[in-house]
Design a protein around this ligand. Sequence first.
Ligand SMILES: *Cc1c(COP(=O)(O)O)cnc(C)c1O
Length: 381
Amino acid sequence: MRTQFLPFSVPTISEEEIAAVGDVLRSGWITTGPNCARFEGAFAAYTGAAGAVAVCSATAGMHCVLLALGIGPGDEVITPSLTWVSTANLICLLGATPVFADIDRDTLMVSRETIEPLVTSKTKAIIPVHYAGAPADMDPIRQLASERGLALIEDAAHAAGTEYNGERIGKKGTAIFSFHPIKNMTTGEGGMVCSDDEALLAKVKSLKFHGLGVDAFDRQTQGRTPQAQVIQPGFKYNLTDIAAVLGLGQLKRLDGFNARRAELVARYRERLADIPEILPLGLPEYGHLHAWHLFIVRAATDRTVFMAALKERNIGTGLHFRAIHLQKYYTETFGMKRGLLPNTEWNSDRICSLPLFPSMTDADVDDVAAAIKSTLAAAKD
Ligand SMILES: *Cc1c(COP(=O)(O)O)cnc(C)c1O
């Protein structure tokens, strides 16, 4: 058994990145400024997006986008229930109604097939999630959105570096990325809204900083533009330059990170292939490059016991995610209950994320596989 605890995720930060953060701290400008602008430019160039706006989290970015689209009371927004709670919460906070689409049992993705029957005259937007680092099947979903005149926002929190049919996520449409510490690249906390809709991006840019009409950072005077006026009340959701400079360093290494993640996953799949109780997620059949944000398995055993047993063997795990429609507020407010979304519920009861981060070693993967085997053997006794 391992003597040292293997966490489920650890950020990969270099000495060079730490030095760059130090330089910003010593520079006299630490909040939103030249490094944010550079980070936005570099991220747009990387994804192929027409434009990008940096924000303090993906949740903040989603809040700005939903408000910019005018989502509010009486509107319905379709999104999966098996995802992080942030999107559904925002829909509720804006007074709109979340409508949860079921997912594919093996890839955990929503699809045109699961979304289309839910579209009503009240539907305003669709928010698919690129789950675990693979892309959702966007062409049919885009087609549906355009046929029905619906806004389409991609939750790309897991999809930094993901490709769909040869194009990076973020290039087309509107996609929101997260730089939370467990994501494929990090700024401590942070996010990025990429869009090919210039008017939408301009609104997001204003809403993320108090709703001011011009960018608050003036590059000539290195200060705040004094003539900025409120166009519409907005938030305080800007990213700091301290975070942005870390993001610039991480972005340069993102493809390397993701390649290492893919190697580790290949080893996992090999080591777990002879354990029938462990079922990894299925891979999409359409063209894609997987960013391997998470390596998720479904265990044919009691999950709480399984996760606790791995922890006893010094292996950390995660749970991404619990179905939202079965959580207290959603059952009480919308009367949602079990039976509504069979594939979501089946997975919500079983999924477990195994350790996966670029600085993990091959031996770490072998330790996890050995711990799983010993856990399952012990459960049989
Ligand atoms: C992490 C995550 C978010 C939120 O990202 P933050 O930057 O923490 O706000 C949204 N959706 C999904 C699917 C996530 O995993």
